[in-house]
Design a binder for this molecule. Sequence first.
Ligand SMILES: [Zn+2]
Length: 397
Amino acid sequence: MLMDFSCIEALLDLPEFRVINHVIRPQQLDIHLARREHTIVCPRCATCCSRVKESRTRGIRDLPMLERPVMLWLHLRRFACQACPHRPWETSETFGERVKWTERLYTQVRTAFLRGCPCKELARRYGLSARTVLRWTFERSRGGRPRKLSRVIGLDEYARRKGHRSNTLSVDVEQGQPIATLKGRRTEDVIAWCNSRPQDERDQVAVVVLDRSKTYFAAIQEVFGDRVHVIDRFHVVKQAVDALDEVLRSVQKQLGQDDAKALKKLRKRWLKSADQRNVDELIARDEWRRRFPQRRETLDWVQDVRKWFDRKDDKPAREALLKLIERAGQSAQEPLQRRAGTLTRWFNPIVRYIRNRYTNGMTEGFNNKIKLIQRMAYGLRHEHNRRKRILAWCGAP
Ligand SMILES: [Zn+2]
């Protein structure tokens, strides 16, 4: 069976090269490529060279075609310059000097492995050795050893198995990489782990981003003192929105079925900021505001809490937050009063967000990935294996 060259070129999607030959063997498909350009510019004297002196081939692994592993053979030429004695080699823009496989192959093999495809099967399908598949999969795992503590770290917990005990994940928020994962989530566990890190690493930690977990808070307080923790914005806003929902539910109970439905529909729109709404929605909102003053109060408060996080200056923000707490405390709504208590307890860590605008978003993202990793493996029993996988798979390459 022979394939049209232009067809292969379209499949390969490598515009720099044209196909000059291909050989279909039972175990492998060889595709021979040459650069489209027939000339190069001499790097010494800038003359256009077209006389080919010699050429060599270079093999690069690529994604399978026709259910066979593919080897791309690049025929790179050496030219003879007419104007000077230089004999320049042509170089490829697509592939670097020492590249032995395409990036798409690398990504696909790793993804397939994470999805649970056995190593041997992958090696057969992609024409690699099993060793290579394992190396690609785990080469970013550092053998499960933790990375260095960084200036900004985030802490979060994840479940080892659904409904079972939890582990702690610590993340380098600025680099976007997990630092380590440790067994347990109690205060003692975190303190012990932090103290096991070298002193100079601990000293450079300036910010720790937390959700509102009391155990982590206590641990960080113990190890790093009072100055470093920041509460993630998302968790504060979520609390405020929860308060709104509680009030909404109590209002809904007093309503007929249709009205209750309409109210539920409108909830999402209310939570958008004012400039995103169109006129009809504004009118509808004002009607509801007139009918239910208690709802209005809560909604305005929630919106103000969200707006508060956009503040830039430390001191005014501090005062504004005090005012927000006071407003909530004086409210007749019971859910709001409770939020006033929470905000007072976490006052300083919340205010610190204004200066250190870090969120736990990345940590939460890794959490999802960890769930996926564990599910793909049908549960991981060995802590070391879990650590390796998490370090290998989470974060930027
Ligand atoms: Zn030259």
